[in-house]
Design a binder for this molecule. Structure first.
Ligand code: AVJ
Length: 324
């Protein structure tokens, strides 16, 4: 089974331009999509097992408890469908669904789409080994390009999985734009299952992005390591701090890297010097937390209806089915 690569534009091609632009903004910023090189993908897999990172466990519980309900929604008529997953990662949670669907002799193909080619190849290889009969069509691509591709494929019913609170990385405007685009590329009856992290006690949320073992710190700093490796930069990682925040008014968890001194970093591939003041930040990530009302409004604004909502026993997280 071959990994399909986006041919119209190289996925990481935009990194140099993006970094040049972001580091010349005020405040400086780097896009969270660049976290996921091989090292970053591996660190994220460790994050998902951290005691403080409740998101993965909550969603795992939801999918495990409701896999039968989900299948009834996905294939009410037992017709074959295409299960498209955006940002598949290591697929541990998705395996709960795949196993159940295969046990129930469901006819479907699985199309995982990810910007990390390493993660995608690992996933596809492990799935094919575990279930030789599973029809897998991996796509190495960015979400937005993948959506264009999506609208041009087969006429089977589509079920799009967007799990793990990946939606949290979008600004409110970008989320609406994304679901609008998703809505435009789907047909009536197609479904989207999204994992949303809910607003809750701020301390619980902040701890999820500031774990005691320092894995999230390493994940954030790896961005600079990646610029050193791939763009010939000379960031001294010991001179930057990991600094996460959570604002309960906006529901935004944000991650920053903070310069521990006045320093100049050279980025060879960009022929660029970047000056940091003492205490100056680089904004690296938004992880937005939702209210049920905001989820309903997102559906309303983009031509979807909310079909079903499933939550975990703590009420920390929801998986919501939108129908086009
Ligand atoms: C993969 C985007 C859902 O925002 O919680 C984890 C990434 N960043 N710890 C998140 C992440 C820091 C994660 N998402």
């Amino acid at each position: 089974m071959a990994v399909h690569r986006n041919t119209t534009s190289e996925v990481a091609f935009g990194m140099a331009d993006d970094v040049r632009y972001g580091l010349q903004q005020t405040p400086k910023r780097l896009s969270s999509q660049f976290f996921y090189d091989a090292v970053g993908s591996h660190l994220f897999q460790q994050i998902m097992h951290l005691p403080e990172y409740y998101l993965t466990r909550s969603e795992y519980e939801i999918l495990d408890n409701h896999k039968a309900d989900l299948l009834r929604h996905f294939a009410p008529d037992q017709q074959p469908f295409e299960l498209v997953e955006l940002g598949a990662g290591d697929g541990l949670k998705t395996k709960i669904l795949l196993r159940h669907f295969l046990d129930e002799q469901t006819s479907f193909s699985y199309v995982p789409i990810d910007i990390s080619e390493d993660a995608l190849i690992d996933l596809a290889t492990s799935l094919q080994k575990q279930w030789p009969t599973l029809n897998i069509q991996p796509q190495h691509d960015e979400y937005f390009h993948a959506l264009e591709w999506l609208s041009g494929t087969s006429d089977k019913r589509k079920v799009v999985l967007f799990l793990g609170s990946n939606i949290g990385n979008f600004s409110p405007e970008a989320a609406v734009g994304f679901y609008q685009q998703l809505s435009d590329s789907l047909r009536p009856g197609d479904l989207v299952l999204t994992g949303f992290d809910l607003q809750k006690h701020p301390a619980v949320i902040l701890a999820a992005y500031n774990d005691r073992q320092g894995v999230t710190r390493a994940f954030n700093l790896n961005l600079l390591h990646r610029l050193n490796e791939e763009l010939d930069a000379n960031f001294n990682l010991a001179m930057f701090d990991h600094y996460p925040t959570y604002c309960p008014e906006t529901g935004e968890a944000r991650s920053y890297l903070v310069s521990q001194k006045k320093q100049t970093v050279h980025i060879g591939a960009l022929d660029l010097d970047v000056v940091f003041d003492y205490g100056e930040v680089i904004h690296t990530e938004i992880s937005r937390k939702f209210t049920p009302k905001q989820i309903q409004e997102l559906a309303d604004a983009t031509g979807f209806s909310v079909n079903a909502t499933f939550t975990d026993c703590k009420g920390y997280f929801v998986d919501v089915i939108f129908e086009k």
